[in-house]
Write a protein that binds this ligand. Structure first.
Ligand code: AP5
Ligand code: MG
Length: 214
């Protein structure tokens, strides 16, 4: 099963992608997580990506496309994957369609998690992310069992650098301008599925499972 998660920053793409990956036994590929891991490790890619990310802008397409196209050739992705945060621009979507078409493949579903901007701003300040495994929590909505520690691996939870209110505003603007057009792109491809992302995370997941089939 080859899936794409669409939705504004903070819509719950990462939260749902992890649940989907567990249930369907496919890898969760998050470009945001890949960049954050590179920043943490001080790689050249990380250094290039950091300034764009900290400002709430997008990392240039040429730094993203080859990285993802290569990631999709790994052994663990042969039965499918859930892409989270990619594609994010029309050129990225076109590059993905082309790379898949060369292998006679296509995306099965692009799941758009719909959450209005005003809900997003509230969510982001409360988000905490695991430094080690990337699991996300919310201090009120989805708290960890032990404050400040990841339920899954016990590592520390942090507030992401780009979750400051000013940066979140920029990310939302960039989303509406550059990423939202992908909804029409995947509608035209006949694979768009929409879910209400304002309800409880388990209800969002159930809606997705219904769409995908058990
Ligand atoms: P990325 O890491 O992809 O960030 P994003 O799209 O801004 O999305 P988030 O991770 O912030 O939100 P999410 O939808 O995953 O929500 P989450 O599940 O955490 O990208 C970061 C940056 O990297 C970009 O700004 C860009 O610079 C760069 N980048 C990445 N990919 C790129 C690309 N392809 N091209 C160019 N640049 C790229 O949930 C949010 C919060 O809400 C959490 O606290 C969660 O616990 C809570 N929550 C989740 N679901 C619910 C619910 N149903 N009810 C209540 N709370 C909920
Ligand atoms: Mg995420």
């Amino acid at each position: 099963m080859k899936l794409i998660m669409l939705g504004a920053p903070g819509a719950g793409k990462g939260t749902q992608a992890k649940l989907i990956a567990d249930k369907y036994q496919i890898p969760h590929i998050s470009t945001g997580d890949i960049f954050r891991a590179n920043i943490k490790d001080g790689t050249e890619l990380g250094m290039k990506a950091k300034s764009y990310m900290d400002a709430g802008g997008l990392v240039p397409d040429e730094l993203v496309i080859d990285l993802v196209v290569d990631r999709l050739t790994w052994e663990d992705a042969k039965n499918g994957y859930v892409l989270d945060g990619f594609p994010r621009t029309i050129p990225q979507a076109e590059a993905l369609t082309k790379a898949l078409a060369e292998k006679g493949e296509k995306i099965d579903a692009a799941i758009d998690i719909d959450v209005p901007d005003e809900n997003i701003i509230n969510r982001m300040g409360g988000r905490r992310a695991c430094v080690a495994c990337g699991a996300t929590y919310h201090i009120v909505n989805i708290p960890p069992k032990v404050e400040g520690k990841c339920d899954k691996c016990g590592a520390d939870l942090i507030l992401r650098d780009d979750d400051k209110p000013e940066t979140v505003k920029n990310r939302l603007e960039v989303y509406h301008e550059q990423t939202q057009p992908l909804i029409d792109y995947y509608k035209a491809e006949g694979v768009l599925k929409e879910v209400d992302g304002t309800v409880d995370m388990n209800d969002v997941f159930n809606a997705i499972v219904q769409i995908l089939g058990a």
